[in-house]
Design a protein around this ligand. Structure first.
Ligand code: ADP
Ligand code: MG
Length: 580
């Protein structure tokens, strides 16, 4: 045994009593050295004591009821803070539960580290049937940006440094870190342990765009008659809000925020083209993407939605491989958004010409028209509520409480809220992300409250809420300022489907009628509200937000309101045998 700590112990010499450390404490010290403050976890073998020691050493350790929600919390913490959110889970089943959120973090470019305890390597590798035996590292690899395993206590410092750097540098993403149970109990000399720790310097280095790429982008923009800027959640993540605002305003170009980029500039900004989305996608001739991918959410940059006007794309992204992923990019600008945007602003000089008034006034006209058309629908006070009446009420609440973070999931609840509720500040809208995951709600609500200290309003479809509903106990346990609104229309998409077979089972999309989700919140000591009209809903949410108490509003929505899959029903395959 060459471990100096153990050698000294074995020699029996009456030397100075040696200060020792172990794997548990090296993990904690390495995280703290790198300014990690919060851990999202579910305790169990072999990491129960790790969580206890973390708490004892001053980390904030928040325990969830299911790993997936701890993971969604960690992922969105990464988005909000630019530091990797840490999720800690037990082996095999806990690890697999956490894996969904790790994959989600990677898909959405959120920095996150999933740390899982694992079983004994020797037994796992010989497949001798260990407790929760699973080759977790191999399973995690294809679902994340990087995956590492640490086998020796003296490697904990470097292992955690590698995980942090992999998560936040370049395009951020999810990282898996495998900690076998044996590692945590390994002992080593405390001083040697301290020296083995690594502080990550400049974890996400600036990536400066090439000057010729900046020039090319400006040339393309200059040639535009009908330019458009699309801001994505990468732009929100970058936290260069002033630079982005400067670019948009100096250029005079209408902009479209993707869902989680809403509020980067306030949605009531004169250049916002949000309410004229269809027009600007169809008619624009030059489109500059800033931290937004041309994936399914933008119809891959082609097809009907994009009209027949030939387009040129300028794309700012930190990942060079994103360029030409779906269509040709005329001016790729590879670098971090802060550096790229400020280089563009500088390159525009003082004599930049605004886009032709014909274009900007056409956009404005369409936008004003659509807003005017929508207004009366949002002011209806129907009982039972429809989506417009209910969301019209919430739109006003957010306008009056602009620091509130809005978490949003569901089908119709998501689609309507995205377009109806205006956001006024950056990173205030957190939703289902690139995959359209149902189940992000309560995990994201917890992390949003914990990481920012701001009040949270989670607007949830009743089906979406079900995926993470038990975490309202977590919200109550930590007494977080979260108000959950469940849009209760009694089913998935709506509550009126009928079982075509005539058996006594209800249809596949239908839930228990008149469920009282508000009583769930009361069960854990939170405040429950029951709202049947937009006025009641508005009153309840205002009171809940002002109180800062965990609360849940059961908002009764007409069971006939809602369409199949919200706005993406077209993605459902059709059967030739049975038609709906
Ligand atoms: P949205 O869904 O809002 O359109 P996406 O998730 O599709 O946003 O796109 C985000 C893009 O932002 C990704 O391609 C990612 O590589 C990029 N990105 C993330 N952070 C940065 C950054 N700091 N600088 C440049 N690009 C970034
Ligand atoms: Mg996108």
């Amino acid at each position: 045994m060459s471990d100096p700590a153990l050698d000294t112990l074995a020699s029996g010499e009456a030397a100075e009593p040696q200060e020792l450390t172990d794997g548990f404490h090296l993990v904690i010290d390495a995280l703290k050295l790198n300014d990690i403050e919060t851990i999202y976890n579910v305790p169990g073998i072999p990491i129960t004591d790790l969580g206890r020691y973390m708490q004892a050493e001053g980390l904030r350790v928040l325990s969830f009821r299911h790993e997936q929600h701890a993971g969604y919390a960690a992922a969105i913490a990464g988005f909000l803070t630019q530091k990797p959110g840490i999720c800690l889970t037990v082996s095999a089943p806990g690890f697999l539960n956490g894996l969904t959120s790790l994959a989600h973090a990677t898909t959405n470019c959120y920095p996150m580290i999933l740390i899982s305890g694992s079983s004994e390597r020797e037994i796992v590798d010989l497949q001798q049937g260990d407790y929760e035996e699973m080759d977790q590292l191999a399973i995690a690899k294809p679902l994340c940006k990087a995956a590492y395993r640490i086998l020796h206590a003296e490697d904990i410092g470097i292992g955690i440094a590698r995980a942090i750097r992999a998560a936040v540098s370049g395009r951020p993403g999810g990282v898996y870190l495998d900690l076998p149970a044996k590692l945590l109990g390994q002992v080593m000399d405390a001083e040697a342990g301290r020296k083995s720790l690594v502080k990550v310097i400049d974890a996400a280095p600036a990536q400066i765009p090439a000057p010729e790429a900046v020039k090319r982008a400006l040339e393309v923009l200059k040639g535009a008659k009908k330019p458009l800027i699309i801001l994505g959640k990468g732009a929100a993540y970058a936290q260069v809000d002033d630079d982005i605002r400067a670019l948009v305003e100096k250029s005079g170009i209408p902009y479209l925020p993707m869902s989680m980029a809403k509020g980067l500039l306030p949605d009531d900004h004169p250049q916002s083209a949000g309410p004229a989305r269809s027009l600007v996608l169809k008619e624009s001739d030059v489109v500059m993407l800033i931290g937004a991918r041309l994936n399914w959410l933008l119809s891959h940059g082609k097809g009907k939605q994009w009209g027949t006007e030939p387009k040129k794309f300028v794309q700012i992204d930190i990942d060079p491989r994103e360029m030409d992923s779906n269509v040709e990019i005329a001016a790729p600008l590879v670098g971090d958004i802060g550096s790229c945007v400020s280089a563009l602003v500088k390159g525009m000089g003082d004599n930049w010409t605004a886009p032709p008034a014909e274009w900007t006034s056409a956009v404005k006209e369409k936008k004003d028209g659509n807003i005017a058309k929508m207004a009366p629908r949002l002011r209806n006070n129907n009982v039972p509520m429809d989506f417009h009446g209910a969301l019209g009420a919430l739109k006003d609440v957010i306008a009056e409480n602009q620091d509130v973070i809005l978490v949003n999931e569901g089908a119709n609840t998501l689609d309507f809220a995205r377009s109806i509720i205006d956001m006024y500040k950056p990173r205030k809208r957190l939703d289902v992300g690139t995959w359209g995951v149902m189940g992000i709600g309560m995990g994201q609500a917890v992390a949003a409250a914990v990481e920012t200290g701001c009040p949270v309003l989670a607007v949830e479809g009743d089906s979406a809420f079900g995926f993470s509903g038990m975490e309202i106990e977590t919200i109550c346990r930590y007494n977080l300022p979260v108000c959950v609104v469940v849009f209760n229309n009694g089913g998935i998409y709506r509550g009126t489907d009928v079982n075509p077979s005539g058996s006594s089972d209800v249809a596949t999309t239908v839930f228990v009628k008149d469920s009282r989700y508000d009583k769930m919140m009361e069960a854990f000591g939170g405040v429950g509200y029951y709202a049947t009209s937009p006025d009641e809903l508005s009153r309840a949410v205002k009171e809940a937000l002002a109180s800062g108490k965990p609360s849940l509003v059961n908002a009764v929505i007409d069971e006939k309101a809602g369409t199949e899959s919200g706005r993406i029903g077209n993605l459902n395959p059709q059967s030739v045998v049975s038609k709906k």
